[in-house]
Design a protein around this ligand. Structure first.
Ligand SMILES: Cc1cc2nc3c(=O)[nH]c(=O)nc-3n(C[C@H](O)[C@H](O)[C@H](O)COP(=O)(O)OP(=O)(O)OC[C@H]3O[C@@H](n4cnc5c(N)ncnc54)[C@H](O)[C@@H]3O)c2cc1C
Length: 383
């Protein structure tokens, strides 16, 4: 496995000082505001951090996914999971798909300014009636001259109220996956309205419901072929699932470090908590789980970077990392006692944030179906 080289570590070094200076001091106030500011995208874009693995032709750096991994790991050091969610939804989920399937026009109009941070992107696939079952989505786009007219709604869309464009999955053909297309919709399009949703966690990331009411969008905003949208959506899931694995692992490290510190500092019955064997063993088990999760994740990244088939391995990585994060969160919260329920305590915020990641970009159940299909347990063809 190649892993991180000296170049990756240099990249990490400069990114770390940026995060310490420009992100960490503001992370808690962004949690209260329910979003990261536009300024952060501008600053990250100016330094080239929003186009890490995107094409140099459009302003990206064309680097490998190990650099993306460093980006996620260092953003996570700010201690607010929503920050990494907001930035990576823009820098990976909403934009990689445009690079993959978009025309020169779409790359010039949306990808280029997204890489500089002048535009913010989101990815709109999920609907109130269609989540895991992407192929059943109903938001409709009908061709009218040089435009498409879109009607329907999307929900749980990260960056939904702060984005300038939504890479939107729509139905242009018959039922099932063969009737799905992707259209890039500018969020100032008349007929598009947005409502921020109130979440239980990842508070610095904005999540929204979108309503399309006779939204007229130029036909040239279609990403790839009409009715050819399902494949790029599925293809994009590999990077998304690795990003969520990275977030989960980085989050576990933060929680474990906090638990160890608290275990040393907190006195009970005349000794520190870590003088009780039970807590040493529980944290030793948690660390063992973190190492196992990281090993699985790095294996997935390695296969992905080398272009090997890795759908099952990436699914295993996302499944194991995000499920393990919930159990590690519980252990690390428990040693914090009552503080694990206080808003002011970072551990408490990380604890509740751990719950989101077994849902987004393929639920644990859907991932188990993929693993089943890939290993001869079933013939399922889901996501
Ligand atoms: C914080 C957050 C951010 C998100 N950001 C985005 C975003 O930016 N863009 C976007 O498009 N979406 C986003 N989502 C939506 C996310 O992708 C969906 O919630 C997810 O795909 C699940 O869909 P659903 O919520 O409709 O649940 P459902 O699909 O209704 O699933 C409900 C339950 O049924 C289970 N289930 C479904 N199918 C099967 C099956 N075949 N076998 C067994 N069990 C099954 C699921 O695993 C789950 O436990 C986000 C979600 C969250 C929580």
């Amino acid at each position: 496995m190649q892993g991180f080289t000296e170049d990756h570590e240099q990249f990490r070094h400069s990114l770390r000082s940026f995060v310490e200076r420009e992100v960490t001091p503001h992370a808690v106030s962004w949690e209260h505001e329910g979003q990261v500011p536009r300024e952060l995208f501008n600053k990250l874009g100016a330094l080239g951090y929003l186009g890490v693995r995107l094409s140099p032709e459009y302003g990206g750096s064309g680097l490998d996914f190990w650099y993306t991994s460093v980006l996620v790991q260092e953003l996570m050091k700010c201690g607010s999971v929503g920050v990494a969610v907001a930035i990576m939804t823009h820098a990976e989920f909403a934009t990689k798909i445009i690079e993959m399937a978009g025309s020169d026009y779409l790359k010039e109009t949306f990808l280029k300014p997204a890489i500089t941070g002048e535009m913010v992107g989101s990815l709109g696939v999920t609907e109130p009636g269609a989540g895991s079952d992407v192929a059943s989505l109903r938001t409709k786009a009908v061709r009218d001259g040089d435009d498409y007219i879109i009607n329907g709604s999307k929900t749980f869309i990260t960056n939904g109220t702060i984005s300038d464009f939504v890479t939107t999955a729509v139905r242009t053909g018959g039922p099932g996956h063969a009737g799905i297309s992707l259209i890039v919709v500018p969020t100032n399009t008349p007929g598009l309205t947005r409502k921020r949703l109130k979440k239980i966690g990842t508070h610095s990331s904005d999540t929204a419901e979108l309503f399309f009411d006779d939204c007229r969008v130029p036909a040239r905003n279609m990403l790839g072929q009409e009715n050819g949208g399902f494949k790029p959506i599925m293809h994009g899931f590999s990077g998304e699932r690795l990003v969520l694995s990275l977030i989960a692992c980085a989050q576990m490290r933060l929680m474990w470090d906090a638990a160890r510190q608290h275990g040393h500092d907190r006195q009970a019955f005349g000794q520190s908590l870590l003088d009780f064997q039970v807590w040493r063993h529980r944290l030793a088990d948690a660390l063992t789980s973190i190492h196992a999760a990281e090993a699985l994740m790095y294996q997935g990244i390695d296969l992905y970077v080398r272009g090997e088939p890795c759908n099952a391995e990436i699914s295993m990585s996302k499944l194991f990392c995000t499920e393990t994060a919930i159990s590690v969160a519980r252990e690390c919260a428990q040693i914090h006692g009552g503080m694990s329920h206080m808003e002011e305590c970072q551990m408490a915020r990380l604890y509740r944030d751990s719950l989101a990641f077994t849902i987004g970009a393929g639920t644990s159940e859907v991932l188990r179906e993929i693993i089943s299909g890939a290993t001869g347990l079933s013939s399922s063809r889901q996501r």
